[in-house]
Design a protein around this ligand. Structure first.
Ligand code: RIB
Ligand code: CA
Length: 313
């Protein structure tokens, strides 16, 4: 069976970086045809640079990397240096990457690639604010037909918000973009805080990754050791949630997850609840079931998969 073509749209971010590594570790199952960067955790000039750093670390300088939106569709940009550090990937030795930045804008790349692709042939894996994806859909709604599935990290239901009481960062950062993506009509699988808060990068788990003894594992262990300091204090937990790799893990081993098809709507009006994902888990409305909401995960199975795959580098 040929590998599944995917595009990862990201804002590295330590957890985005691990999602990139997990995808790169599995070329027999996933063909990472392109990486598009978006402003999010840190500004675009850093998220695109960080994505290229990961290509170098994984010795995958062949993967084209594109820079996209510097700010959300309508709102002012927010960022998360207080979690990720000023570089966005604090915790690893950072360098100027050899992997080149493509001259084409990420949205133009998405339009060209999806525009030329067969129906339902490419899976999009957004792990940051949804600005690039939404901008492409608005520019040419026909590209939707080429999207096989969108597997994104964002939102929250039982866990509540992590940036406001009501909203998770990726959705809050660009709620208007999220509304466009959640309304696009293609199969949508949503990895929110309700699953990512169950995959905590405890010292034991990070230690096993650090013991693998290759450059990717070393970078991963260093980044996770930095990344967890804020969340462990905030949540009084033994490790930080490993948000973004849940998307790629789902593509590789969907049986690790429990999901429910339901309606998810995005708050784009109220400042109090801006970016809230209203997950109709109990089907109490007549709203269309537009998303597969992940609500449970086999955490040990997730870390077994991650550790085994990082050992391949
Ligand atoms: O809320 C968690 C999400 O926000 C993750 O994607 C993290 O990288 C940040 O972008
Ligand atoms: Ca991210």
């Amino acid at each position: 069976m040929s590998p599944r073509p995917i595009i990862i749209d990201c804002d590295p971010g330590q957890d985005d970086a691990v999602a990139l590594f997990l995808a790169m570790s599995s070329p027999d199952e996933l063909e990472l045809i392109g990486i598009t960067a978006v402003a999010g955790n840190v500004p675009l000039r850093l998220t695109e640079r960080n994505a290229r750093v990961m290509c170098d670390v994984a010795d995958r300088r062949d993967i084209p990397v594109f820079a996209g939106a510097e700010k959300p569709l309508i709102r002012e940009a927010i960022s998360a240096e207080y979690i990720h550090g000023e570089t966005g990937i604090d915790g690893m030795d950072i360098f100027d990457p050899e992997t080149p930045l493509q001259s084409q804008h990420a949205v133009a790349y998405l339009l060209d690639t999806l525009g030329a692709a067969a129906p339902s042939s490419i899976t999009l894996v957004p792990t940051g604010p949804l600005t690039n994806i939404a901008a492409a859909i608005v520019a040419d709604p026909q590209i939707i037909e080429s999207i096989d599935e969108i597997v994104l990290m964002g939102g929250a239901m039982r866990e509540g918000g992590n940036r406001t009481p009501s909203a998770e960062f990726n959705i809050l950062a660009d709620p208007h973009a999220a509304d466009i993506v959640f309304s696009c009509g293609r199969p949508l699988t949503v990895m929110g805080l309700d699953v990512s808060h169950k995959v905590l990068s405890t010292p034991e788990r990070v230690g096993r990754i650090g013991d693998l003894g290759n450059a990717v594992a070393e970078a991963t262990a260093g980044m996770l050791s930095f990344f967890h300091r804020y969340d462990t204090e905030k949540y009084d937990s033994p490790g930080t949630p490993l948000h973004d790799p849940c998307t790629v893990a789902y593509l590789l081993r969907p049986e690790l997850f429990k999901l429910k098809l339901c309606n998810i709507a995005i708050e784009t009006e109220s400042e109090l609840t801006m970016g809230h994902t209203a997950v109709d888990f109990w089907h109490v409305t007549e709203r269309p079931h537009n998303a597969n909401w992940a609500f449970d995960i086999d955490a040990d199975g997730f870390y077994k998969l991650l550790t085994e795959r990082l050992a391949r580098f």
